[in-house]
Design a protein around this ligand. Structure first.
Ligand SMILES: O=C(O)C1=C[C@@H](OP(=O)(O)O)[C@@H](O)[C@H](O)C1
Ligand SMILES: C=C(OP(=O)(O)O)C(=O)O
Length: 430
């Protein structure tokens, strides 16, 4: 039976340092590239959460060695590439990264690999990836649905070469193809048919490939990856800046101060854009020797922004919009209808329940704050909807959310960290 979490109400300013575990997106890329590399790689401070554990399990099912090494509280992952093989089953859970990054790896395996996952995974769009794999010479049986469940029947090699890809529904389709492409006989010359959301995540993929010694060129139509070895690489994973969003938002909502340490000076993580987005919403944002420091000024300003590059920040930013002192308009995020849930619909329901007036646009939301009221909210099995509910609960006494365990997807101890932040007296909240 699903739990219900009464989110803590906080009428006084918070003051906390909130260290955060590793980035989901960097951990996922590190695992895939290490699995395809020419020798063993060490991943230090990997995110350990449902999505990344499923990525590791999927790679193990394909023949990759992944072992824990180091202190038992936060072991490294040692990844030893092996001969990729089927038959295998990959449980993608609700992880878009597993759904889109592992089929091109499975295409390199000898034998059939079946992909499936949670009921909602079966609704997440994947036709662009399946069509591209077929065009690259890889048989995929998806029963004509363009979604999971599907079976990739690799023969141990992928021809690769020129391919035209529709990645309008997810940047992960591009990332998945690029990550495996150096191991295709002819590499890949990928042409996009249209737009692609979440460009920073594609840039993260390109950077990770280059760090592994892979030649990647941006073309005027897409990207080209040269065939060749993927060099083994030891790497330390940056903290997850998207998961910093609810904690930094707490400073804004309560007029307090939150610092997230180890904030990278340069990064491709979209969460890095929280500095400008929270500043636009009224926060004072400063990089200190400690990390990124966000201070609330007592005002939450409305936001008018295209969030197409930073879609995964939307639930928390939309929660802030419901607490702002004017109407907001968030656009460029039509693809969020294919995320863990239809996030535009879910945010409409949740923000309306706490008193906002919400209008869905084809590619976004208009949010007009209203008199706030307590409500029982649904998590829609979406980790970021739980985090959004927590932000609302700071300002609205009596916000409850069902299914809070959805946070296991990327931050299993979110509720403990949230409580730690609220109980810290200008101290460390971990
Ligand atoms: O490549 C990645 O690690 C991700 C890309 C984005 O996906 P979409 O382009 O499907 O939004 C993002 O929303 C997701 O959380 C992680
Ligand atoms: C969209 C997200 O996840 P996924 O990697 O499953 O697409 C997300 O974490 O916000």
């Amino acid at each position: 039976m699903s739990q219900v979490w009464t989110t803590p109400h906080r009428p006084t300013p918070v003051a906390a340092h909130v260290p955060l575990p590793g980035s989901k997106s960097i951990t996922a890329r590190a695992l895939v590239l290490a699995a395809l590399a020419d020798g063993p790689s060490r991943i230090v401070r990997p995110l350990r959460a449902r999505d990344t554990d499923l990525m590791a399990a999927g790679l193990r099912a394909l023949g990759v060695g992944i072992a824990e090494d180091g202190p038992s509280a936060s072991p490294d992952w040692l990844v030893t590439p092996g001969e990729l093989r089927g038959p295998a089953e990959v449980d993608a859970g609700l992880a878009g990264t597993v759904l889109r990054f592992l089929p091109p790896v499975a295409a390199l395996a000898d034998g059939p690999v079946r992909f499936d996952g949670d009921p909602r995974l079966r609704e997440r769009p994947n036709a662009g990836l399946i069509a591209a794999l077929r065009d690259l010479g890889v048989p995929v049986d998806d029963g004509g649905r363009g979604r999971a469940p599907f079976t990739v029947s690799g023969t141990g090699a992928v021809r690769g070469g020129a391919v035209t890809v529709d990645a309008s529904e997810s940047s992960q389709i591009v990332s998945g193809l690029l990550l495996a492409a150096a191991r295709f006989t002819d590499g890949i010359d990928l042409t996009l048919t249209g737009g692609v959301p979440s460009m920073p995540h594609v840039e993260m993929t390109v950077l990770a490939l280059r760090e592994h010694g892979v030649e990647v060129t941006a073309t005027d139509r897409g990207w080209r990856v040269s065939p060749g070895p993927v060099a083994a690489l030891d790497r330390v994973v940056e903290p997850d800046l998207s998961n910093a969003a609810p904690f930094l938002a707490a400073a804004l909502v309560t007029g307090g101060r939150v610092t997230v340490p180890d904030w990278p000076a340069v990064t491709t993580q979209p969460g890095a854009q929280l500095d400008r987005l929270l500043a636009a919403m009224g926060a004072e944002v400063e990089r200190t020797p400690d990390g990124l420091q966000v201070t609330g000024t007592g005002r939450v300003a409305p936001l008018v922004a295209d969030l197409g590059d930073v879609g995964e920040l939307t639930p928390v930013l939309a929660a802030l919009c419901a607490l702002a002192d004017g109407p907001s308009r968030l656009t460029g995020i039509g693809h969020l209808r294919g995320h863990e849930t239809d996030r535009l619909q879910a945010l409409d329901e949740v923000l309306t329940a706490v008193g906002a007036r919400v209008r869905q646009l084809p590619d976004g939301l208009e949010i007009e704050p209203g008199p706030l009221r307590p409500a029982l909210l649904d998590s829609y099995a979406d980790h970021r909807m739980v985090m959004a509910a927590a932000v609302l609960g700071l300002a609205v006494d009596g916000v409850r959310v069902s299914g809070p365990e959805a946070v296991t997807k990327t931050l299993p101890d979110f509720r403990e960290r949230w409580a730690g932040m609220l109980s810290a007296a200008a101290g460390v909240a971990s």
